[in-house]
Write a protein that binds this ligand. Structure first.
Ligand SMILES: Cc1cc2nc3c(=O)[nH]c(=O)nc-3n(C[C@H](O)[C@H](O)[C@H](O)COP(=O)(O)OP(=O)(O)OC[C@H]3O[C@@H](n4cnc5c(N)ncnc54)[C@H](O)[C@@H]3O)c2cc1C
Length: 496
């Protein structure tokens, strides 16, 4: 399919919007359904294969307004049901359709603190947009109102206009809260607790705050300046951010409460412990966890082969094991780092892939080769310990397993060798065990996730937790929802 430029999409939207506005009459539901769904302008795949800059360029003002006019303003708002933080979607989309962007962003911000991020990375197609009446009426969920793209447009507009002011802070209470981690769960807690006038100190193990939004999700999907703006807003509210500070090593969690004068703590340390396949050859040179690969590129600029302190391995042929967002991010990063061929190896079919449909589409456009119903059996190396290939097996789908997805079943005797020099394992992450291991009495599940009650409180008084450390590897919006719940509980505790 040939690439449609932003200019072409913008011109068509301008023309269609003008035609609607000139009529001066409210649109009927039938007319709303007839408006062409607005495509997201993107960089040409041939150009973006060699650059880290953002792939999706964002709607123009006319596209945002036109897309918003497709909304039927359903009374029962099924889209809101699908939103983990229950944004009043019909209201903000109505305001966007009327061109009142300030009102639109105001409505979103009542429930979501990071709309520029969520507008980019939320899996809307399985949340708000999955329930959209327009998609159902058109018998194609891909034609649902593009809630996320409109959200992104209004949030970017606010930031670019310099109108995104930090939330106001109530007078100082003298109470002090420690927030461990700086991902979306922790950012939400820090903002909500600081708003009430409590002092907030965030502790981050890495040298840069932002969590996975900074070290995991690549620049070409989520520009770092957006996350930096959110951290700056927290700092402008008076939140202190201490980086290179590992709770459990630099200082124990309990010491913060027992010795350092904190009245409460929130643990939002995420799921940063990569899982491996447990197959032969995983310790060869050229095998990475996706976490390491992405962190070294995103955070340590390891792809800057000339200047980086720890430049990354120059790969020729890369295999990425897995089918989620992390696998797509790793594969698309490898393309940008100059690999000649990048293969995604996934043991189910595309239908079962957990990655966002858009990300799979973008990966294909950028030349990533998909090997479905295949998986690695062992990784093969030479006498120097360098990866030379991967022995793979073919699979077919059997009966559904506990997850409801059809179980992949090995095809006996189907082994074959895939010649590669790099293998990136992207099959999921577990919770970081450091804090549970160094905090006596902190209860965790058998998977190592911290157990909380329905207020977000852990088994230890005054210690709360949320986000991936509680849910297991999940999503930005769910982490934010968890943060909001814990912040409300902390605020109630400190008020008492
Ligand atoms: C590559 C990748 C792509 C993803 N893509 C998407 C996507 O498209 N859409 C989506 O919704 N979600 C996506 N996710 C998942 C999403 O990013 C996470 O669900 C979310 O960031 C979890 O937020 P959190 O606040 O719980 O923790 P995190 O974002 O993981 O942040 C935790 C922070 O705590 C710090 N930390 C850990 N231990 C300590 C300690 N002992 N002391 C101090 N600090 C510590 C870590 O360094 C980190 O900065 C992706 C994840 C990855 C890895």
């Amino acid at each position: 399919m040939s690439h449609v430029t932003r200019e072409t999409l913008a011109a068509a939207a301008k023309r269609d919007l003008e035609a609607i506005l000139q009529r001066g009459k409210p649109l009927t539901p039938k007319e709303r359904l007839a408006i062409v769904p607005q495509e997201m302008p993107t960089q040409d795949p041939q150009v973006r294969r060699r650059t880290m800059s953002e792939v999706a360029l964002g709607y123009t003002a006319e596209q945002s307004r036109l897309e918003s006019l497709r909304c039927l303003q359903c009374r029962n708002a099924p889209c809101v049901e699908g939103c983990p933080v229950r944004i009043d979607i019909p209201a903000f989309v109505k305001a966007a359709g009327e061109g009142d962007i300030q009102a639109a962003i105001g409505i979103i911000k009542r429930n979501s603190l990071l709309p520029s991020v969520c507008g980019r990375v939320c899996p809307q197609e399985t949340q708000c947009q999955e329930n959209c009446t327009v998609g159902k009426a058109l018998k194609d969920t891909a034609k649902a109102v593009a809630v996320g793209r409109i959200e992104r447009f209004v949030a970017d507009w606010e930031r670019e206009q310099g109108k995104a002011l930090p939330p106001s802070v109530k007078p100082e209470t003298g109470r002090k809260v420690a927030v461990i981690g700086t991902g979306p769960a922790s950012i939400t807690v820090a903002a909500d607790v600081r708003r009430e006038g409590h002092q907030v100190v965030m502790f981050e193990a890495f040298h840069k705050p932002g969590g996975v939004m900074v070290y995991g999700i690549p620049e070409f999907r989520l520009p770092k300046r957006i996350v930096e703006a959110e951290i700056s807003a927290l700092q402008a509210m008076g939140v202190e951010v201490r980086t290179n500070f590992v709770i459990g090593r630099t200082r124990k969690l309990r010491d913060l409460l027992d010795k350092d004068g904190f009245d409460a703590a929130f643990v939002g340390t995420g799921a940063g412990l990569p899982k491996f396949m447990g197959i032969e050859g995983e310790n060869l040179v050229g095998v990475f966890s996706a976490n390491e690969y992405l962190t070294r590129v995103n955070l340590m600029k390891a792809h800057d082969f000339e200047r980086a302190d720890t430049p990354i391995f120059r790969s020729r042929v890369v295999a990425v094991l897995g089918g989620g967002n992390v696998a797509m991010d790793a594969a698309r990063t490898a393309v940008r780092l100059g690999a000649e061929a990048v293969h995604i190896v996934y043991r189910r079919t595309e239908k079962e892939m957990p990655a966002r449909i858009e990300e799979v589409g973008h990966a294909k456009e950028e030349g990533v080769i998909f090997h479905l119903l295949e998986n690695a059996k062992r990784i093969v190396g030479d006498e120097q310990g360098l990866v030379t290939g991967m022995e793979c097996l073919r699979y077919e789908l059997g009966e559904p397993d506990a997850s409801g997805r059809r179980r992949p079943v090995e095809v006996k005797g189907s082994e074959f060798i895939m010649p590669v020099d790099t293998v990136i394992v992207a099959i999921g992450n577990d919770s970081n065990p450091l804090i549970p291991r160094t905090t006596g009495g902190l209860q965790v599940t058998k998977w190592g996730n911290i157990i909380v009650d329905d207020t977000g409180k852990t088994s230890i008084d005054r210690i709360y937790a949320g986000g991936d450390i509680v849910l297991g590897a999940a999503t930005v919006i769910l982490a934010m929802g968890e943060g909001r719940r814990a912040a409300a509980s902390i605020n109630a505790l400190l008020k008492g």
